[in-house]
Design a binder for this molecule. Structure first.
Ligand code: GAR
Length: 201
């Protein structure tokens, strides 16, 4: 059974979908802890499923590195097999990524390498493209630059707002994320092979 730690910052709707999927008896992975950099609304989903939470408030620390060191220490207690960034809106410091790579994956609401960063949906709309997408990647030292594990196109429709477009992207993200986690858990997807530079660091 693959054990997961999920990191969030916000509503956690993708976390919710992952909790529902992994709650199924025959799913080969389990969420064992949910963490956040702030008092995230998504903690409510963890609590509803009886999953422990850990809060490491970013603003309680002098630097990103100190925050990352504490997050690393708290996550290490749980010894998860895989970290899932599901709407964590913080860059992880390099020592944190080095400690966990390649066992960190991230969902992103765009078709990477298009529109990386914190505003993937807004940036796609501003660019006037007629399609964007959803991606699941391995986290490396860059901003949404890691190896792509799964991605799918989503059409931008006339009249779309950031909200309506994001609402159509999220179900795709959830499906991709759950499928990637299942494939990793079943041994059908090898993160060391997908991210050879990360694993050899
Ligand atoms: C998701 O769309 C996720 O891909 C995105 O935040 C949303 C979280 O939604 N993450 C990023 O943009 C990271 N760059 P949720 O809290 O409802 O699951």
């Amino acid at each position: 059974m693959l054990t997961l730690a999920v990191l969030i910052s916000g509503a956690g709707s993708n976390l919710r979908a992952l909790l529902e999927a992994t709650h199924e008896a025959d799913f080969p992975a389990r969420v064992i802890v949910v963490g956040a950099d702030r008092q995230a609304d998504g903690f409510a989903h963890a609590e509803a499923f009886g999953i422990p939470t850990l809060l490491v408030p970013f603003h309680d620390f002098e630097s990103r590195e100190e925050w990352g060191a504490e997050l690393h220490a708290q996550l290490s207690v749980w010894q998860p097999d895989l970290l899932v960034l599901s709407g964590l809106m913080r860059l992880l410091p390099a020592p944190f990524v080095d400690a966990w790579a390649p066992r960190i994956i991230n969902t992103h609401p765009a078709y990477l390498p298009e529109f990386p960063g914190a505003h993937g949906v807004r940036d796609a709309l501003a660019a006037g493209v007629d399609q964007t997408g959803a991606s699941v990647i391995v986290v490396d030292g860059g901003v949404d630059t890691g190896p792509i594990l799964a991605q799918e196109r989503v059409a931008v429709l006339p009249g779309d707002t950031e909200h309506t477009l994001h609402d159509r992207i999220k179900p795709v993200e959830r499906r991709l994320l759950i499928d990637v986690v299942r494939r990793i858990a079943q041994g059908d997807l090898d993160l060391s092979a997908a991210a050879p530079t990360a694993s050899s660091r």
